[in-house]
Design a protein around this ligand. Structure first.
Ligand SMILES: CC(C)(COP(=O)(O)OP(=O)(O)OC[C@H]1O[C@@H](n2cnc3c(N)ncnc32)[C@H](O)[C@@H]1OP(=O)(O)O)[C@@H](O)C(=O)NCCC(=O)NCCS
Length: 174
């Protein structure tokens, strides 16, 4: 299986899988509604991506399986993701890059190494950018979570740092 990972740019923006291309879950706070998952949010997502690119650097990548877009990863310091303040095990640390989303949208593309490839790529990226650590809220009971399951992160050496509910904060030190 041929996997390729590309930074999101003007050229490939439309390859970001649904619903990630217009999802504003992490960019918002308060009650989450269907409104946060509507295609008309695309413009706002583009604006957010541009702002974070200016202030932090590129913060989203698309994973292609056999040249077909299938996965998406979104990451930046937690201050760019206000939703992190609503998690019981938060707040993520200021010295870390936070993995907000690591998702293989197409069911048929799961279990083929895309999630692993995106995570390995991200671990390298954090090192290149000089950050001290990578953090996320991983889910204990299931992979149905914006960034996937706790088991995936434990396999890569992440440690649980705060454990208040089903979504512990996990951290990988560089
Ligand atoms: C969790 C996820 C990112 C893992 O990526 P993946 O490409 O399927 O996984 P990989 O092939 O790289 O395998 C990594 C691990 O993922 C898990 N995994 C493998 N196949 C899976 C599948 N079909 N579904 C869910 N998790 C799977 C396993 O723990 C695997 O570990 P292993 O190698 O020890 O078996 C991906 O399956 C996914 O996005 N699932 C949907 C999660 C979801 O519903 N998210 C809600 C978003 S809001």
């Amino acid at each position: 299986m041929r996997i390729r990972i590309e930074e999101v740019s003007q050229t490939n923006f439309s390859d970001i899988p649904d619903p990630c291309r217009y999802c504003l879950y992490w960019q918002t706070t308060g009650a989450y509604s269907e409104e946060h998952l509507k295609p008309y949010n695309e413009r706002e997502k583009k604006i957010w991506l541009s702002r974070v690119a200016r202030e932090f650097g590129e913060c989203a990548k698309i994973a292609y399986l056999e040249d077909s877009p299938a996965g998406f990863v979104q990451f930046a310091p937690a201050k760019f993701f206000p939703r992190t303040a609503e998690y019981s095990s938060g707040l993520p640390s200021k010295d870390a890059v936070f993995v907000a989303c690591l998702y293989v949208a197409k069911k048929e593309a799961r279990g083929k190494g895309l999630g692993t490839a995106m995570l390995e790529d991200l671990i390298g990226e954090v090192g290149r950018r000089g950050f001290k650590a990578l953090e996320t809220f991983a889910r204990k009971s299931s992979a149905e979570n914006p960034s996937g399951s706790l088991s995936l992160y434990l396999k890569y050496g992440f440690k649980v740092v705060v454990d208040k509910d089903d979504f512990p904060l996990v951290r990988l030190e560089r």
